[in-house]
Design a binder for this molecule. Structure first.
Ligand code: FAD
Ligand code: UDP
Length: 364
């Protein structure tokens, strides 16, 4: 078999590259995917009750990049969706991220925007050098809110203390000194009107794209002639774990369907301090599907299983840098995506990265 371009992984990174190579250069490309479907972790499907679920946890598209939004809009229309999250603390549901309303509900107060700023200023700890996610939280909201909202959630999600995690983790969550209760403030947000899988199918529509499902690339790669390999799987596996296994955090997703119209008040409810799961998603509230039943998903983070989250700690980054040195030496292989680059990328960052890499490539 001969293909000029071979891509490992039919997730968003792999499909963006495949789409560009096939449609802009009119070149043939083979995509090898070990799962039985395309889309990677953004895959969604209808369950046995006919409810559209996100099989690998809730996915909400949001970006600051007009380029990424315009690009994906070639393959899907969007529902004008603004994500909202509630967090269950001390028996109450309070809005996440922290806004004026969160503070008022947590402490049974009625402060205005300026008073909340003053309140948080008093709570916040003066930390000289912000080195960890714990420092980030303490320096913004102080010990009490840290314990109520961040500490236990983060321990459940990552299995370690926030003091061991890179600043980037808790920094994902803004603190808003206003009444904007949307989870993301990015100008472009939405839910693909007909789902993520449909969007991915549209990206892969070209006759130039051949997809081989149910295949680990190592089973076939020696029988394929290619010029360039674009790899979006885990890097440690690519190098046969020569620098050891990289740590990834995994999740067990437990789906439950109820014979009721509505399960909870928001698309996602976080449970920082109660239960073994971190959050519950109710899919109909993401997709706006009308159905007399409803399906929810509970997320139980765990160490073993499918690699979903690269581990943002100093040691893990140091270990990955050994692989990075090898990656930099490759002339025929391009590494892209959340697994291959070992980075906590959102969907938009993966697409942006793939578009940028494509623009730098030369189709000789
Ligand atoms: P992946 O989707 O992981 O694709 C890699 C593909 O490679 C997979 O299909 C895999 O099966 C395949 N592969 C791996 N090894 C091999 C092999 N040996 N041979 C063949 N194929 C192989 N982002 C957002 O923007 N918004 C969100 O709300 C959001 N929520 C998330 C919730 C969860 C629970 C998770 C885990 C992620 C979330 N993300 C979210 C991030 C988003 O899923 C990723 O940014 C994006 O899917 C990464 O795409 P990718 O192509 O890099 O990786
Ligand atoms: N986080 C938290 N409490 C919350 C929500 C988030 O402590 O109620 C922390 C936690 O460490 C989490 C990180 O913030 O891993 C990032 O949250 P995000 O919602 O971005 O996580 P993702 O959707 O990527 O799992």
């Amino acid at each position: 078999m001969e293909f000029k371009y071979v891509i490992v992984g039919a997730g968003l990174a792999g499909l963006t590259m495949a789409e560009r190579i096939a449609n802009v250069w009119n070149e043939k490309v083979l995509v090898i995917e070990k799962r039985n479907h395309i889309g990677g972790n953004i895959y969604d499907s209808y369950n046995e009750d006919g409810i559209l679920i996100h099989n690998y946890g809730p996915h909400i598209f949001h970006t600051k990049s007009e380029k990424v939004y315009q690009y994906l809009s070639e393959f899907t229309q969007w529902n004008d969706f603004w994500h909202r999250v509630l967090t269950y603390v001390d028996g109450n549901l309070v809005p996440m991220p922290i806004t004026v309303e969160t503070i008022n509900k947590l402490y049974n107060l009625n402060l205005n925007v300026f008073e909340v700023e003053e309140f948080l200023h008093k709570q916040a700890e003066d930390i000289e050098e912000i080195k960890t996610s714990k420092d980030v939280a303490l320096s913004k909201v102080g010990q009490d809110i840290y314990e109520k909202i961040f500490e236990s959630y983060t321990k459940k999600q990552w299995g370690i203390d926030p003091a061991e995690l890179d600043t980037s983790v808790i920094s994902r969550i803004p603190i808003r000194l206003n009444r904007d209760t949307r989870y993301f403030a990015d100008p472009y947000q939405g839910m693909p009107k007909h789902g993520y899988t449909k969007m991915c199918e549209n990206m892969a529509k070209s006759k130039n794209i051949k997809i081989m499902l149910n295949t680990d690339y190592k089973e076939v790669i020696d029988d394929i002639k290619y010029d360039t390999l674009i790899y979006t799987g885990p890097t440690d596996y690519f190098y046969d774990y020569k620098h050891g296994k990289l740590s990834y955090r995994s999740i067990n997703f437990e789906f439950e369907t109820y014979d009721m119209d509505e399960f909870q008040e928001a698309p996602v409810v976080n449970y920082p301090n109660d239960y073994d799961y971190t959050r519950i998603t109710e899919f109909k509230k993401l997709t706006w599907q009308e159905h007399k039943k409803t399906t929810i998903c509970k997320e139980f983070p765990c160490a073993e299983g499918e690699p979903y989250y690269p581990f943002p700690t100093k040691d893990c980054k140091a270990q990955f840098s050994l692989y990075q040195e090898e990656m930099d030496k490759e002339s025929k292989v391009i590494f892209i995506g959340r697994l291959a680059e070992y980075r906590y990328y959102n969907m938009d960052a993966v697409v942006e990265r793939a578009l940028d890499i494509f623009e730098q490539m030369d189709n000789k």
